[in-house]
Design a protein around this ligand. Structure first.
Ligand SMILES: [Zn+2]
Ligand SMILES: [Zn+2]
Length: 245
């Protein structure tokens, strides 16, 4: 009965407020096929740390490798793209959880176009429970589940959402402008609860956007300390410092 009621209420909602493309307003999907095909998937990447050296597959350049645990970041597309920025905003701040399908699709396209090694495990960047209660879902988990299910044809990659734990609440990174303070804000914020599960594994971290990347760098550090072999990350886009993360 409950199912019938919820189907009926979905029907009423869809009739009153049909889903429209965020960009062109065409009815049917949050991002229509035409607007989705206009989104440019990045195939040329730079080192995620210095952002100067062009590197294959967003790998960390040799110089930066000495000071970072992260092996590379693939930003799927560009935050300046109006469809992308609107979709990210609606996903995170208007709580349109369904957008993870379209946005996850961008991550999958970018990963398929790169030669990033196939991960043994996919891990979403965890949210603190306070933040999770506020949003009602962890956007990175929804994106990561899409990637885990659809990156490879017919094989589902293992998704681990409880290995990387956010130990304490940190100020939203968007509220902190300078790099050093962002780094300090996150120091000790994460921990790996199961070193055996990550030992010698190739890990792909998934997040929605990265600004300075400090959250991802910190998570990579924790996972490498726990024994991970390689840690890569994929995000929808990199956002300029000072933007809303
Ligand atoms: Zn459209
Ligand atoms: Zn570099």
């Amino acid at each position: 009965m409950r199912e019938i009621i919820s189907t009926f209420s979905d029907f009423i909602l869809d009739t009153l407020f049909p889903i429209r493309c965020l960009q062109c307003k065409k009815e049917g999907n949050w991002i229509c096929r035409a607007c989705a095909s206009n989104i440019h998937i990045q195939t040329e990447h730079v080192c995620p740390i210095c952002e100067r050296s062009t590197t294959p597959n967003g790998k960390t350049c040799l110089d930066c490798k000495k000071k970072s645990a992260l092996d590379g970041i693939i930003p799927a597309t560009n935050y300046q793209d109006p469809t992308v920025s609107k979709a990210i905003h609606h996903f995170k701040y208007r709580f349109i959880a369904d957008l993870h399908v379209e946005l996850g699709g961008l991550l999958i396209s970018a990963l398929q176009k790169s030669d990033t090694p196939i991960p043994d495990i996919i891990i979403p960047i965890p949210l603190h429970t306070r933040r999770l209660r506020w949003r009602g879902f962890n956007q990175s988990f929804l994106l990561a589940s899409q990637v885990a299910q659809k990156l490879l044809p017919a094989i589902e990659i293992k998704l681990e959402e409880n290995i990387l734990i956010r130990k304490r609440y940190t100020c939203p990174q968007m509220e902190i402008k300078d790099y050093q303070s962002r780094k300090q804000n996150l120091a000790g914020a994460f921990h790996c609860s199961d070193a055996n599960a990550v030992k010698n594994k190739i890990i792909l971290l998934i997040d929605d956007v990265a600004t300075t990347g400090s959250t991802i760098f910190e998570c990579a550090k924790v996972l490498k300390k726990a024994g991970a072999k390689e840690v890569y990350a994929a995000v929808i886009a990199r956002q300029e410092v000072g933007g809303r993360e």
